[in-house]
Structure formats: structure tokens, C-alpha cells
Design a protein around this ligand. Sequence first.
Ligand code: ATP
Ligand code: MG
Length: 291
Amino acid sequence: MSVLAPPTGALAATATTSGIPVPPPLLAELEALLRRLRLPSLRQAAPGVLATARAQRWEPAEVLRVLLQEEVRGRERSALATRRATASFPTGKTFAAWEPSLSSIPLPTQQALQTLEWVQRHENLVVCGPSGTGKTFFLEALGQVAVEAGLKVAWFSLEGLGILVRRHRADDSVTRAVRAILRADVAVVDDIGLLPVSPDAAEGFYRLVDAAYERRSVAVSSNLHPAGFDELMPKTLATATVDRLLHHAHVCVTSGDSVRLAQAIAGKGVVPLPASPPARPARATGEARRG
Ligand SMILES: Nc1ncnc2c1ncn2[C@@H]1O[C@H](COP(=O)(O)OP(=O)(O)OP(=O)(O)O)[C@@H](O)[C@H]1O
Ligand SMILES: [Mg+2]
């Protein structure tokens, strides 16, 4: 079966008014087959690849290889986009904007964590310290590295875990919901200690840490060291949670002043607005006009 519509020119490519050759469209039947087989990237690339293949007299196997490679790349791109969307990252920030020297986490530690070997070992990560010291940013940037490496990340606040528990308590499906979170390789619980912790949120946090224990990685950011979590939630629950969380955990304690505050003071917190227009020249006084 011929894959291309019968050629009308030497390479079956028509020229647009701009002079750029446009590859001929695929045969309707071939297009339909590619749609049915769900090969969207191959379908999009096919007209161009086939035109080039004819012009350069490629081996048939090479044509097949290039077309399949297009499909594989397309699938990888869309899987990455899905993993990113499913992770629900708070801002979309990555290490591209991260300044290692602004962080009090030692550089070798930052680098070691970026290898994600701790995730492969199902270890946990706790980043704790004062406000504005880059805890959330660091976890999000690590999460992005994980997603790019093909891992799944699930991002939560404690409040979000509380909502999840409440939503699933009615039909007794909390355990199943927590298990679903742990389809991710890393579950992040961000900003512990900023808001009061409801009983539902404390329960959700315990359930998550317990279910992930030695099976998945949990990464948390907190203004309090986990040893102080009993200030936030009932002591027994806090002890059981922290015990499991810290057993195989890397603890990074951040320190120093808020980077937020430093950036705000330096005028780097906003895109500068245009300066206010120059003052209009003072109106000529009646006297001046008269004179
Ligand atoms: N290492 C860094 N490089 C570049 N910017 C940074 C760095 N650390 C912090 N910042 C800046 O400071 C802001 C605040 O960081 P982040 O939200 O991570 O702080 P936090 O420790 O989570 O604070 P909080 O406890 O209030 O949640 C970031 O949005 C970023 O603009
Ligand atoms: Mg934070």
C-alpha cells in the first residue's frame, strides 16, 4: 500500500506563497489508521519525515526508526506534562532560579539530594527552619528534578491532607485514598507549623507517614523541628508519626534571615514599575503672563 498520496511533483511537496515547501498530506486512510492506533506524534511528524525520506532516499528501516522515535519522544513529553500537572506543585519554580549560595543547606547536601538516590532508597527528607529560608522552594525544585527523572510526586499541605481525610471518612475510604497518594514515589507535605493543625490533618499526616514507611519517600518542610511536632498535634500521634518519619530521614536545618525579606528590601520582590511621570512645569502665574 502506498503511504503517500500520489506524488504531483518530484518530491510531492507543494510550495506555499512564502516559498517554503509544504509536505503533502498523508493519505486519508493512513491518517485514520494512525489516529486509531493513537500515534499522534508519529502522525504529525509523518508528512515531513516522509518527504525528507523520499528526497534523501532513506532506507525503509530508517524511515520507520525516525517515525517511531518521534512517537516515543512525544509520549515522553506528554507523560512529563502529566506528571508535572498531577504533582500539583505550588509555583512551578525549579533549580534554574535557585541560588545555592543563598541557602544555608550545605552545597554537597544540596547536590547529593538532587541525585534522588534517597528516593530510590525510600528515605525521607525533612527541611526545617525559619520562614523565608527556601524550604518550600528547595522541595519544589527537588520535586521537579524527580518528575523530570520519570518519578511521580504528590504535593500536599497539612490542610489538604485534612480535607482528604474528611472527604473519605464518610464512605470509609481513607485508607484507599492514602494508598492512592502513595502511587507517587515522593509525597511532599509542605509548610508544617504555619497553621493550626486540625485533628483530621494530624490523622492524615500520620496515615501518610505510616503507609509510606520504608516503602515510599516523604518530604516535609516545617518551621518546627519534628521533635517539636507534639506542639502541633496530640502527643501520642505526634510521637508515632515522628518516629516513623525520622527513622530513615535526612534532616536539613535551614537558618538565617528570610530570603523573601532580603529580596523585598533589595527591591527584587517585584518587577519595577515605570517611574512616575515628571512633574508638569508649574503654570505660568498671572503676573508672569502679564509681564
Ligand atoms: N536559595 C534560594 N535561591 C533563590 N531564591 C530563594 C532561595 N531561598 C529562598 N528564596 C526566595 O525566598 C522565597 C521564599 O522561599 P520559601 O517559600 O521556600 O521559604 P520557606 O522557608 O518555605 O518559608 P515559609 O516557612 O514562610 O514557608 C522564595 O520564593 C524565593 O524567592
Ligand atoms: Mg514554605
